[in-house]
Ligand binder design. Sequence first.
Ligand code: ADP
Ligand code: HMS
Length: 568
Amino acid sequence: MTDHPAYVIGLDYGTDSVRALLVNAKTGDEVAQAVHYYPRWKQGAYCNPQKNQFRQHPLDYIEGLEATVRQVAQQVPAEQIKGIAIDTTGSTPGAVNEQGVALALTPGFEENPNAMFVLWKDHTALAEAAEVNEKARTWGGPDYTQFEGGIYSSEWFWAKIAHVVREDEAVAQAAYSWMEHCDWMTLLLTGQDLATFKRSRCAAGHKAMWHESWGGLPSEEFLTLLEPKLAGLRNRLFEETYTADQVAGTLSAEWAERLGLTTDTVVAVGSFDAHAGAVAGEIEAYSMVKVMGTSTCDIVVAPTAEVGDKLVQGICGQVDGSVIPGMLGLEAGQSAFGDLLAWFTQIIDWPLRTMLPKSTVISSEQMEALREEMRGNLIVELTAAAEKIDPEESAVLALDWVNGRRTPDANQALKGAIMGLTMGSGAPQVFRALVEAICYGSKQIVERFESEGIPIKQVIGIGGVAKKSRFAMQTLADVLDRPIKIATSEQAPALGAAMYAAVAAGVHPDVLTAQRAMGSGFAETYTPQPDRVADYAARYKKYQAFGQFVEAATLGDKQAAETATATA
Ligand SMILES: Nc1ncnc2c1ncn2[C@@H]1O[C@H](COP(=O)(O)OP(=O)(O)O)[C@@H](O)[C@H]1O
Ligand SMILES: O=C(CO)[C@@H](O)[C@@H](O)COP(=O)(O)O
């Protein structure tokens, strides 16, 4: 390690906003941070929640890049900023032209949602995901879903591409290739040639069925069987993938200028937010880092040789090097976590959004102030009220599937449900049931890993909900009957990206060394309360029975629904 000052920037593109974190690459001190909320996304542009359509405009990303990086970069001399790495949500693919320009930035496509990035939580590709699953099992070649938990999801790369090209002939014709958001940002910054650009192992392995054993991406034959319009695309994608500690390039002259940095700044290969977050959460073999934000991603790493040929069913994949190079990264998660609570607050504040603007008794300034105050405090007040309810006396039970079930066993067609409502059930009772539901969903995932032979030795929490909701974290510790360690960093994915950047820039030799040098440790631990554990264990059984009932009913299997009712 050199004695000269060395800083790195981790850039974390979340669902609603992007954050840049300037970190001292030697000590891990977080020197400055900046956040930018995507303006078009905030207005709901290009989205249709009724259809589960969630698209993001590349200009939201580019404006956020300039606003945040310029702000943090001012804090130290530009030549001391050695590296930058980007993590994003995923699978969030978008169509690009031959030069790697996102189609929505090209004439004629500026307002076309199909030419934008298809956000991870967009589930418009349910039919295409079902086709991937059906064809992967029956086409006569390898089952390409085997390293992705055995079930392909509508949240992922190929399902989304197949859906868009079917729906939009103009985009199908103009799309030269497709890129995950994390790869596209990295290409933008380095200005490289699309043909030789280094794509993310993390993104390709977990979401695009890339695996070394079958030579990379699924075969042309399989892809055209899935959708004839995919013909030729495989050759315009990539063969190799790279781990996030590798150098993708250096900043292009244009972007060095626009960001106030230099062309010597190294740009690392891209990654997903959850995987970068797990690195900052100081993940180690058989730890589960739960990234608890809008959704959850549950990330586990294990020595590749120890897992051997074992295929873990029902998760979002097992990929060599997707978190820490040299180890197997395993991912599971829930499609709605904080989002389930956010959904409920949206229901509750409906009168504020719809009736208040028509009110003749308060001024528009007062109305805005009231809405702002309510918006900020709603979850906090609901939490305070819900915390006082004795779980033993609570009859309300909920399922966390408002955005489908990501794992165990992806089924994005499933819907949320609430049971046990009485005339006495108020907002706090329902809110409490929703908090419990996200914790029961987490328990199912932990149980799945263990029943598939991957022991979970400790649970670490990071992300917005982990940092903001003591109630949710205590409930989680009680439901899992395990301690939950909460990482100190407020910006864990950005810190993890900064660690990747530090390795790519040569400040540290590998990710484990960067973790040790730059990790900020744990702020606190939630310990299970023995008097609550048994109550929650009993309610968890009811949650499972309720889930089986709803799943069976959703599938139209009345008989199975009746059986589930009988055992509930
Ligand atoms: N006090 C709180 N209690 C529980 N959940 C909260 C609280 N404040 C915010 N959230 C939830 O946190 C989620 C955002 O998490 P965050 O990690 O900041 O974002 P992202 O997932 O986009 O990276 C939202 O779904 C929101 O509902
Ligand atoms: O699924 C992944 C990564 O594989 C996430 O990007 C996705 O759940 C979105 O994460 P956030 O909820 O925005 O933290």
